[in-house]
Write a new protein. Structure first.
Length: 489
């Protein structure tokens, strides 16, 4: 007989308040995620510039439009790889062991970017970092979800604190790598990312044996009789990918659209597997249905938000006035503005949700507010359209709107996903949320290719209005979604 989360005991009790009113294990996960994000965002802060800068500037000289598309596809690939990390955790090894192995892969990828020159180093490094980051993301989030019972009002606040740790790393990473890139060269910046991940791995290893048994549990073990079958399936998938790449059917020019189709296809397959599983109860199926519109809203949100690393990265280099008291700030430092706001306001939002308790808005309404603010952020570019440099403070104000939107949707999305997840698909449901991020991130790269500096208004207007319309649509559907959520807020 299937069980729901109502029957799933939390790993800790509400009396465990040793880390700022939250379970002690949150501190360990906060630390490893912070250093992983330091390395990831530090690398991503200079990645686009490394691709499209000329050889004289230390870059690879890739066409700008292609480079933005590839950065979006890479970001989408990172989130797409969460399905592999989630499957390995749910069926074979448990979240904790997959998280540890993923951290090792990430460190190896940054070392490759730092030491291997040219395209071979780029490809090797991005593949290792992409696979490792996907495995770490899904499992760190799933482990945070085990710290709280379904009715624990601290849950959203706990995810907001965890999210603040992500952004501490996201703040420091681009500052360090951006400065090193301009003063010493790109490979020094990538090397700093490797050192950051090594620090995170050491800290996590020291506290690894203190994690509760729940962290090591395999929720839905793969029977020994099925292991050969699944091994052959994975080999077949790897062979198919190799053939597509070798024949040129998938290449740099069509990689982004291929990643988008892959994310959509993987999501459809995952939803089908969950709905067909005999281990999923009736209430759990209703909750998965409720998750579908949230998945779509999340994909739309990330298609706008992740343009920080595509459109806004180019905008910062080409159009932004970065002069500060006679000194020109590195363009990569713009990527640290959003994390500064997150660090300041994540605690405020966490305290707000804790204070409101059961009176706080439902998750669907929080999603709709996030989409609305995101649309308004792009509409705020309209007065800046046209010739001339954009004042730094104007972009800071727009990125504040990005932050506000993010706080209404991203940590809430992680939280509600763990609440709606069927017991047998706990980590894999988190992977579904990250698949929505994968799709949105890939679309962010593709959308950035439509930006025309000579005619900016249609871009800002079209994207902004789309975000606003989707927000109102989700808000209107919220009562029906809440009913399907069967008591989950």
């Amino acid at each position: 007989m299937s069980t729901t989360h109502l029957a799933d005991p939390p790993a800790t009790t509400p009396g465990d308040t040793s880390f700022f009113g939250h379970p002690k294990m949150l501190a360990s996960l906060f630390s490893v995620e912070m250093w992983e994000r330091f390395s990831f965002y530090g690398m991503q802060g200079i990645l686009l510039y490394y691709m499209y800068f000329t050889a004289e500037q230390g870059g690879l000289g890739i066409d700008l439009g292609l480079a933005t598309s590839l950065v979006g596809a890479y970001g989408g690939g990172v989130y797409l790889s969460t399905i592999l990390g989630a499957w390995l955790a749910d069926r074979l090894f448990g979240s904790e062991r997959v998280l540890f192995g993923s951290a090792v892969l990430i460190m190896a990828g940054h070392i490759a970017l730092a030491l291997l020159p040219g395209i071979p180093g780029l490809v090797t490094g991005l593949v290792l970092v992409g696979i490792g980051s996907g495995g770490l993301k899904a499992n760190a989030t799933a482990l945070v979800g085990t710290l709280y019972g379904e009715k624990d009002d601290r849950r959203d606040a706990g995810f907001s604190i965890f999210y603040m740790g992500i952004n501490v790393g996201g703040l420091i990473g681009p500052l360090v790598t951006g400065w090193l890139q301009e003063s010493q060269g790109f490979h020094w910046g990538f090397g700093a990312a490797a050192v950051g991940m090594a620090i995170g791995l050491v800290i996590y290893t020291l506290g690894r044996n203190k994690l509760p048994e729940e962290a090591h549990r395999v929720p839905n073990p793969l029977p020994a009789s099925d292991r050969t079958k699944y091994g052959l399936i994975f080999l077949g998938i790897a062979a198919a990918i190799a053939i597509l790449l070798a024949t040129g059917a998938v290449n740099a020019c069509n990689l982004a659209i291929t990643m988008a189709y892959a994310a959509i296809g993987a999501s459809v397959v995952y939803f089908a597997l969950i709905f067909r599983s005999g281990k999923v109860s009736g209430i759990e199926r209703k909750r998965v249905v409720a998750f579908i519109p949230l998945y779509i809203a999340s994909a739309a949100f990330w298609a706008l938000f992740q343009q920080q690393f595509t459109f806004i990265a180019v905008y910062s280099e080409e159009k932004l006035d970065r002069n500060v008291f006679g000194w020109e700030m590195p363009a990569a430092w713009v990527q640290s503005i959003n994390p500064v706001f997150i660090i300041i306001f994540a605690g405020v939002m966490a305290a707000l949700w804790t204070k409101l308790g059961h009176r706080q808005p439902s998750s669907p309404l929080k999603f709709s507010i996030g989409l609305l603010v995101m649309g308004l952020a792009f509409l705020a570019f309209i007065p800046l359209a046209g010739g001339g440099k954009t004042p730094l403070l104007a972009l800071v104000g727009i990125l504040f709107l990005f932050t506000l939107a993010e706080l209404f949707l991203s940590p809430i999305g992680l939280s509600v996903t763990t609440k709606l997840a069927p017991q047998a698909f706990h980590t894999q449901m988190v992977a579904l949320f990250f698949l929505s991020v994968s799709l949105g991130t890939t679309l962010a790269g593709m959308l950035a290719g439509l930006y025309n500096p000579q005619d900016e208004l249609p871009y800002f207007l079209g994207i902004g209005i789309t975000g606003v319309v989707l927000a109102f649509g989700l808000a209107a559907a919220s009562p029906a979604i809440k009913k399907l959520m069967s008591g989950v807020r």
